[in-house]
Design a protein. Structure first.
Lengths: 437, 437
């Protein structure tokens, strides 16, 4: 008998490993935050003596979901300006609101709201891009969530920094502060090709290569962006990034609704990653990311919600649902983007894109125990023929009952253990009143 | 003081009437199943003396959602065969399963599961098309739900009838049985142009005109359907139906993913209704219904989930979300298919299509009290700037707390009052085991 911290018994364990197995009546043994073993429940009691046992008798245990692109604090702008085209939405609503309201306190309260929502819907790791990444990092670590906190870079001054050099200086400080943190990573996050010029991008490319840091960037979000770039420079933005040496396994290119065959070949050849944000792309009428074509070409595609201002939630189960539905119609093939592929996009592919796949993204021995329990007992989930189908096509965020990050039980029967829900709601109400005025 | 049955106090009342008002702190007064008055909560206590008062202090009260196209009993096939093209799905999975399992008991148990799910997600009225409509009608009446029970017609024999004449005979019997029922309506439901020939369609047209009964039919679901028809007859299916006199205000044409400008003009000219089922159309890669074009042409567009075998849920809030998102990208305009329009599609437009708009579909004096309370207190719904946006872009089915149909409280703080959830689950488990074998 081996003494361990925790045993979680699941009706199903869906580890997201080779061959997409669905393990019936299996248990996960956890010690020191890591997975020690996944084995039949019938054997678990003979092998392990656990301090805590969790019986998830009607649940599927899946890897924690990885939200590969979001702006967490923007949750305070949820539903503020809907049904508007991207540039109108940005120029006349979001940017003025950010100018008016942005502060460390805003990021603090918005990020707490976002983390609470993400945990309650099964997300254990988020890749963020926003002001005050130091605050986001601190809050995520405190809450016990895994976070990739984007070191933002822009050409123009904001509340965070005055110019590209200052953004990069602050980035390096933050990267240094968290360089050996177990939960926090610090990718570079230059906003977009149209807001960051060549010089800082070249610098980031050099730093990214040196430090092996991912580069998280909006690319080809709209046709307008691509058209303008071609008009000005004769180059598509992705090609410009490639010329700067940025299209590499370190790049997370977010959105990518405008892709021709050359773009796809370039991504495949270089090993760059795409982060698909279907709900945001649809809501802003930006276009369709050709996910099946990317997968066919061998490109790694992860999944993200984008911020709550353009979604309007941070629910990765909903995003998986939308990705599966729209992916089929875009491919013209109902067999495209099947449920297992979507689950992989929302877990292991996200981990790969963020260079975290030795740490999380699947349920495997020695990886951290980032685990979500999804309850199948509600009548909306019945009957059950194929559990993975239900995760994608039938489950709602309310089916998420428990969440562990690095073995720590952060959501316990739908109650948050490290975040104070009532306090968060109270603060959000104050912001709501101020901003609505 | 007027004595009445019920007062419901809402944080917001969203009646879906002219100008799309959102009424702050309003109450709905109900007597004998109908809405007596909608008035500020501050006045309600002075005007009405209610036997029951419901305080929905953090809720929006909206008209009951109308699922304008479903196959309720197919919930027993939920998730049985996913990620397959339509004809493979139908021919190799759904039709064989129906042949193997169809019985009155199947329809009974499947419909109860479906009704429970629909009530729990805010649907008060469903337009069904399936075998044993007599059973569906009986169950809906017993549960207190509003239902339009499709009088199915096919050319070929099934468990329900041997030939078109027998289908029509059984249809007329059922229509006679329910002709003055307060909750049950009986539209004709010829399956599709490719499964019903001219002679029975002509008969239905005549009967539909005589009795002013809607005709509920799958039309232009796939390009294949249209191509095959054109190859065989030279006519697009919608044109053939028009030649038979069926394209009229009585027609509910479901799916309509393949529409050219002539089709749209024909629908607009004749006053026929379209039932949009975006999730099913996406999941089966059938194509995109051009909803904004239809609305621009003045066509009434309602919303349906289709059956759970191709969705895989009966959640109209989810369908609203998908309709809004995909509608924008199809129109190439983020301002298209806005939240108010989607809410209207899911309520009043459905009532209009089913010839029920004097009875339900909006919250207005003298209409039946078909009402849904959506709780905005969860952090996934915070902050709140525009309640209608949240209904479409942020609410999940779990936000539905209470449902009334004709004033009867069918869902009470998420508990079903007329359906036995545990008994339903038990029966579903038995079916699950049998079918999975």
């Amino acid at each position: 008998m081996q003494n361990i911290d925790t045993l979680i018994h699941g009706r199903w364990v869906i580890p997201v490993t080779q061959g997409d197995p669905v393990l019936n009546h299996h248990s996960i043994a956890i010690h020191d935050g890591r997975i020690v073993e996944i084995l039949p429940t019938a054997e678990a009691g003979f092998r392990f003596n656990a301090q805590i046992e969790n019986h998830c008798i009607s649940h599927a245990l899946i890897p924690g979901l990885i939200n590969a692109h979001t702006h967490a604090a923007m949750s305070l702008f949820r539903g503020m300006a809907d049904d508007l085209p991207l540039m109108d939405w940005l120029s006349n609503h979001i940017w003025p609101a950010e100018t008016r309201w942005m502060s460390e306190e805003f990021v603090h309260d918005g990020t707490e709201l976002a983390m609470a929502e993400m945990l309650r819907s099964g997300t254990t790791c988020f890749n963020d891009m926003y002001f005050f990444p130091d605050t986001t990092a601190r809050l995520a670590r405190k809450a016990g969530m895994r976070a990739c906190v984007g070191l933002i870079v822009l050409d123009f001054p904001t509340i965070w920094a005055g110019n590209a050099d200052e953004y990069i200086e602050k980035a390096l400080q933050l990267r240094d502060q968290y360089r050996s943190d177990a939960l926090i990573r610090t990718p570079f996050a230059p906003h977009a090709p149209y807001t960051v010029s060549d010089a800082p991008l070249e610098k980031l490319r050099m730093l990214s290569d040196e430090m092996d840091l991912p580069v998280h960037m909006h690319v080809h979000e709209t046709a307008h962006e691509v058209d303008e770039a071609v008009k000005k420079s004769g180059l598509r933005p992705l090609q410009r990034l490639a010329n700067l040496g940025l299209v590499s396994p370190n790049l997370l290119a977010v959105h990518m609704t405008q892709l021709n065959d050359d773009d796809i070949a370039l991504l495949a050849r270089t090993g760059a990653h795409v982060v698909h944000c279907p709900e945001s792309n649809l809501k802003l009428a930006s276009g369709y990311c050709p996910v099946q074509k990317l997968l066919d070409a061998g490109v790694n595609v992860a999944l993200g919600t984008d911020g709550s201002a353009s979604n309007n939630d941070l629910n990765m189960l909903g995003e998986m649902h939308t990705a599966a539905l729209i992916g089929k119609c875009v491919a013209g093939n109902a067999a495209a983007i099947n449920a297992s592929q979507v689950l992989r996009m929302a877990t292991l592919n996200g981990a790969r894109a963020l260079n975290l796949d030795t740490v999380t993204g699947s349920l495997e021995k020695n990886k951290f125990a980032d685990i979500v329990a999804i309850d199948f007992s509600a009548l909306e989930m019945q009957p059950v023929y194929h559990p993975v189908s239900h995760l994608v096509y039938s489950a709602g965020r309310e089916q998420v009952t428990d969440v562990w990050v690095a073995g720590k039980h952060l959501l316990k029967d739908r109650a948050l253990t490290t975040l104070d829900e009532q306090k968060i709601l109270q603060k959000v109400r104050t912001w709501n009143e101020k901003i609505a005025e």
